[in-house]
Design a protein around this ligand. Structure first.
Ligand SMILES: [Zn+2]
Ligand SMILES: [Zn+2]
Length: 346
């Protein structure tokens, strides 16, 4: 099969032919129909993820059709249209048994712990526990975003930040995660505020439901601007980018007893950012991480999609080929694309 492949971090990946994968006893092989390009792939390629063993094939936001199944797989068959959370739980550890597969102690992550979906085929372990059937009406490019960014934002907004109708939600960074968070918060009846340095992204965020937009490039004090708009601070705030500045602002712009969720990855030099801890204590702020979403929670997300309350298709930007994904991946930290770029030609 054709795959994007690299032997060293920070060295431009190549497209080469590698052996087709075979399913493990409890796994499947998926013929990849769409795979989203995510900033986490860039982090992996930079060498920020200790799970990655070289040589490597990246890619973790995927949707496709099952091409082969292991002998132990009961719930899925060849031909099924599926996606999978980028963290797949083992189904046996304490976290999995408590329903928290997203923090499994023995997790399988395509494109990180194992070869991923920037390829014609990808092997997925723990299939029965983690695969998600796609609704018939959902196309593969849209479904790919459910494997990482859209699902991660859903968990961040709904389960971690516990956003309710009428609340103010600040969203720092309007890439795929941020735009998803804005759409989801708006669907819940909350008032999202978009924050970014690109006027284009802010304009798109408004179309997706943001009631206010702040251009951080020409705003001296972003947190003060949020407090101004919200008359005292946001009830919930998301750092969707992952940088020391956006993390700090996202906590500082909260009202008393507000909830911050860190969604954007903080790796490499950014792993230990400054936190306004006096404010966290004095105002009883809550700080959460979020790490994908369990397969069993997809039901709630897909029912909102079926009802027309969420429309993840609107977040899809460019559809590109596997070859075109190479320059896009290496330039991901400077991404100016609006919405999510998805590989749909392999
Ligand atoms: Zn991702
Ligand atoms: Zn587990």
């Amino acid at each position: 099969m054709r795959a994007m492949y690299y032997e060293a971090f920070e060295k431009t990946p190549e497209i080469r032919v590698v052996p087709d994968p075979t399913p493990s006893e409890n796994g499947v092989v998926v013929k990849v129909e769409a795979s989203g390009l995510c900033r986490s792939d860039w982090h992996g390629w930079m060498g920020h993820d200790p799970d990655i063993r070289l040589p490597h094939v990246p890619g973790h936001e995927l949707a496709g059709v099952i091409a082969a199944t292991g002998r132990g797989v009961m719930r899925y068959k060849v031909g099924d249209r599926v996606t999978v959370p980028f963290v797949s739980g083992c189904g046996r550890c304490g976290e999995c048994r408590s329903g928290n597969q997203q923090v499994c102690e023995a997790q399988f992550q395509p494109g990180f712990t194992h070869w991923g979906s920037f390829a014609e085929y990808v092997a997925i372990d723990y299939a029965d526990q983690n695969l998600v059937h796609l609704p018939d009406e959902m196309d593969f490019a849209t479904a790919a975003s459910l494997g990482c960014r859209f699902a991660t934002s859903f968990r961040a907004i709904v389960d971690q930040a516990r956003v309710r109708g009428g609340e103010w939600v600040a969203v720092h960074g309007c890439g795929g995660v941020g735009l998803s968070a804005i759409m989801i918060a708006a669907a819940l009846g909350a008032h999202p505020i978009a924050i970014d340095i690109s006027e284009e992204k802010l304009a798109f965020a408004r179309k997706l439901g943001a009631v206010a937009a702040i251009n951080a490039r020409d705003t001296d004090d972003v947190a003060a601007a949020v407090r101004d708009i919200t008359k005292g601070g946001a009830h919930a705030s998301i750092d969707a980018l992952g940088s020391p500045v956006t993390c700090f602002n996202s906590i500082q712009n909260l009202r008393r007893r507000g909830r911050h969720v860190q969604v954007g990855l903080m790796l490499g030099d950014h792993a230990t950012p400054q936190i306004p801890m006096a404010q966290v204590i004095g105002h009883e702020l809550e700080i959460y991480g979020t790490h994908g979403m369990q397969a069993w929670r997809y039901d709630a997300m897909l029912s909102m999609t079926a009802a027309g309350e969420l429309d993840p298709k609107r977040l899809i930007g460019r559809e590109i080929s596997l070859d075109e994904a190479v320059p896009s991946l290496v330039a991901m930290d400077r991404a100016t694309d609006i919405g999510i770029s998805v590989i749909t030609r392999f």
